[in-house]
Design a protein around this ligand. Sequence first.
Ligand SMILES: *Cc1c(COP(=O)(O)O)cnc(C)c1O
Length: 356
Amino acid sequence: MRLRKAEIDLSALRDNYKVIKTLAPESKVLAMIKSDAYGHGLLPAAKALSDADAFGVSVIEEAITLRDNGITQRILLMTGVQSEQELDICIEKHIDIVVHTLEQIEMLEKLDGNNLIAVWLKFDVGMHRLGFNIKDADMVYQRLNAIKAVTKPIVLMSHLSNADQLGDGVTNQQMTDFRSIANRFDTQYSLAKSAGILAWPESHYDWVRPGIMLYGISPFQGKTGEQHGLKPVMSFHSTIIAIKELKAGDPVSYGGTWRCPEDMKVGIVGVGYSDGYPRHAPSGTPILVNGKRCQLVGRVCMDMLTVDLRPAGDVKIGDEVILWGKGLPIESVAEKAGTIAYEIICHVSDRVKQVR
Ligand SMILES: *Cc1c(COP(=O)(O)O)cnc(C)c1O
């Protein structure tokens, strides 16, 4: 018996990929598998997404792991290189890089040789994180285009800051700003992440960059992946390890922040914040026990949490608990815990066995 496991449904991952292809049929797909494929396992995700045209990661170690394990598609290092040593590794391993600073352009200008590395030139349309100002577009594009070591075409990219807010005027402005460069150069373009793929078709261009929706999760607050025709890829399982028969008024867990409203059974579940379950999830956060929707009660502990068993009927030690996944959207857990599903899914810890 395993106290905690994350079931990873790779066929759901592939089905979600097909949804993306239906929504953006003209675009190539750079599948975002950064951060260990959002906690789903880097290599298994890459192998399952064999139709993807490219993969995006944010640390060079992940890019190297993919290349050294037989992944042949383009791999893009989203943060670019921070040193000449890293640049040399990317050249050797055929890893594409994002270029977003003049220092990175200077490094490329020192290279000797033709078509050594493919680059994605990043502009800032209002996120104010990475990227050149679009008023410098001519200068940086021409400068990069003149470097023989840079493989052509250069892909021009940017990132939307507010695309998860439907009907937001900011996104229209950012798309207009991006279009001003997209009309200027005869090359390839990339703007959309999941929210853009789902809600802003004008942002699709040559390459889309889906992350969260691949894993079956909605980027929009108040929505679930299922509402977009997506399937949850991870189901986080645990089991009941003890059952308490408590009296009305009895406090439960640290600090006694929750008390039994009546004589009742409380289940102890073998999972806690050390596994990546959010400690800030409050009493009332949904949990499935034997497929029935119950509620977390009291504070989440390091290795355990407590659940109101009243809706679950007859429960025994060893019975199945689902923290999120099939039958319980992670979005509803994230909303209760005051965070986003992205954060929760990335935080599932290494001691949680992944099963595929
Ligand atoms: C993470 C990331 C994405 C994917 O975003 P989702 O909201 O998960 O689809 C796309 N582009 C860039 C630059 C990113 O950093």
